[in-house]
Write a protein that binds this ligand. Structure first.
Ligand SMILES: *Cc1c(COP(=O)(O)O)cnc(C)c1O
Length: 365
C-alpha cells in the first residue's frame, strides 16, 4: 500500500456485510396493522388471549426483571423433561424454536456443510442455514404438498450435517406419517441430525403425524423441536425447546446467546404446561373451525390438501395469488403470500373465518 492509499482508503471504505448475509433472503414478517377490524391471519398465532395462568406468572415475575434469568432454565427443563418422559439433560431451550434451531445449526455446521429440507417449508430455514455459512439444499414437495422423503434421502451427501423435517409442514399443513420417517431414518447415516420440527403438533389429529418421542428413543440422531409460540399462545415471549441426545442438547446450550430466554418466558412456559388442558380445549375449537372451513371450501369448489395445522394452504400461481391477496387486502384480512407458490391463511375465531370464506367464495362462484 502506498502512503497515499494509507491516508485515503481508511476513510473511503465502508463496513461491508459478509456475502452470506448480504445474499440472504429477508424474513418476511406477517403483515399486520393496528386497525380494530383487521383480521390478523398471516402469522399462525393463537387468536386467544394468553392462558390466564401464563399471564399471572408473567405479572408475578415482572417485579424481578432487574435480575438475569436462570441461564440454564433448570426448572423449565425439568418440567419439560417430566412432561415428555426424558431427562433434563436431553432438553435445550431457546428464544423461540427458531432460536433453538439456530443454536443447533451453529453447533453442527461448518462452512460448506449441507442442510437438507423440503421446499416450500418454513421460511426461516434457508436464512438460518446460510447465516451459518452452510448450504441450503431444498427438495421440492411432492404433488400432495408433503415431504418427498425418498428425494430427501437421495439429497443427503457426505457434507450433510442436518435434515429438517417439518410436520405438519408450514405452510402446506401436510403431516409426515410415522412409518415414513422411520424408513427415512433407517436410510440415512446415523451421524446426520434429523430435526423434526413440530411447531404445530398440538393442532394435528392423533396418529396423523409421527410419534416423535418414540422415534427419538429408537434413533439417537433424532432431534425434536417444539415451541410455546403457537398453540400455547406465547409467540410474543419467545420460548421453544429441543429434545435431543444429551451431547447435542449440551452443544445447543453452549451456542445459545446467554440469558436468551427471559425469566418471564420461563415462568409463563411452566404455567402453560400446567394449563395444558385449557390449551387443548382451544386447540379443539380451532380444529372444529378448520374442519368447517375445509368443508365449506370444498363445497365452493376449492381443491385443498387437508391441513393438520392451524392454517389453510391455497396453492396458487402468481396471477391467482396476486388476485387473492388483493381481495383479502380489500376485506382487511392479512394473510401470508408466497411468491410462486400460494397463500397461507391462519384459522382463527369463527367471525374471522367467515370473512375468509366470503372472500374465497367470490373466486369460484
Ligand atoms: C412458527 C414456527 C416455528 C416457531 O417459531 P418460534 O421461534 O418458536 O416462535 C418453528 N417452526 C415452524 C415451522 C413454525 O411455523
Amino acid at each position: 500500500m502506498t502512503s497515499d492509499q494509507m491516508l485515503t482508503a481508511p476513510h473511503a471504505a465502508r463496513p461491508v456485510l459478509r456475502g452470506a448475509v448480504s445474499g440472504l433472503p429477508s424474513y418476511v414478517p406477517g403483515r399486520r396493522s393496528a386497525g380494530v377490524d383487521i383480521a390478523a391471519l398471516a402469522s399462525n398465532e393463537s387468536h386467544y388471549e394468553p392462558l390466564p395462568a401464563a399471564a399471572a406468572a408473567v405479572a408475578e415475575a415482572a417485579g424481578r426483571m432487574n435480575r438475569y434469568p436462570d441461564m440454564a432454565a433448570v426448572e423449565l427443563r425439568e418440567r419439560l423433561a417430566g412432561h415428555l418422559g426424558v431427562t433434563a439433560d436431553e432438553i435445550g431451550v431457546g428464544p423461540g424454536s427458531v432460536g433453538v434451531l439456530q443454536q443447533i445449526i451453529t453447533g453442527l455446521c461448518d462452512a460448506g456443510d449441507e442442510v437438507v429440507f423440503a421446499w416450500r417449508s418454513f421460511e426461516a430455514y434457508p436464512i438460518l442455514v446460510e447465516l451459518a455459512g452452510a448450504r441450503a439444499v431444498r427438495v421440492p414437495l411432492d404433488d400432495t404438498e408433503g415431504h418427498d422423503l425418498d428425494a430427501m434421502a437421495a439429497a443427503v451427501t457426505s457434507r450433510t450435517k442436518v435434515v429438517l423435517l417439518c410436520t405438519p409442514n408450514n405452510p402446506t399443513g401436510v403431516p409426515i406419517a410415522h412409518e415414513r420417517i422411520g424408513a427415512f431414518l433407517r436410510s440415512v447415516r446415523s451421524d446426520v441430525l434429523v430435526v423434526i420440527d413440530e411447531a404445530y403438533v398440538e393442532y394435528a389429529e392423533a396418529g396423523s403425524g409421527p410419534d416423535s418421542l418414540a422415534l427419538y428413543r429408537e434413533y439417537p440422531n433424532v432431534c425434536i423441536l417444539r415451541t410455546f409460540s403457537k398453540a400455547y399462545g406465547l409467540a410474543g415471549l419467545r420460548v421453544g425447546y429441543a429434545v435431543a441426545a444429551p451431547e447435542i442438547a449440551e452443544g445447543l446450550r453452549r451456542t445459545a446467546i446467554p440469558f436468551g430466554v427471559t425469566a418471564l418466558a420461563q415462568k409463563a412456559a411452566i404455567a402453560s404446561l400446567d394449563a395444558a388442558g385449557e390449551m387443548q380445549a382451544r386447540v379443539a375449537a380451532v380444529g372444529q373451525e378448520r374442519a368447517r372451513m375445509a368443508a365449506r371450501l370444498a363445497a365452493q369448489g376449492w381443491k385443498l390438501q387437508p391441513s393438520q395445522g392451524n392454517f389453510l394452504w391455497i396453492r396458487a400461481a402468481d396471477g391467482l395469488r396476486e388476485r387473492l391477496v388483493a381481495a383479502f387486502d380489500q376485506a382487511a384480512i392479512m394473510v401470508r403470500a408466497y411468491q410462486g407458490d400460494g397463500v397461507r391463511i391462519t384459522v382463527a375465531d369463527p367471525a374471522s373465518n367467515d370473512r375468509v370464506l366470503r372472500v374465497l367464495e367470490t373466486f369460484t362462484a
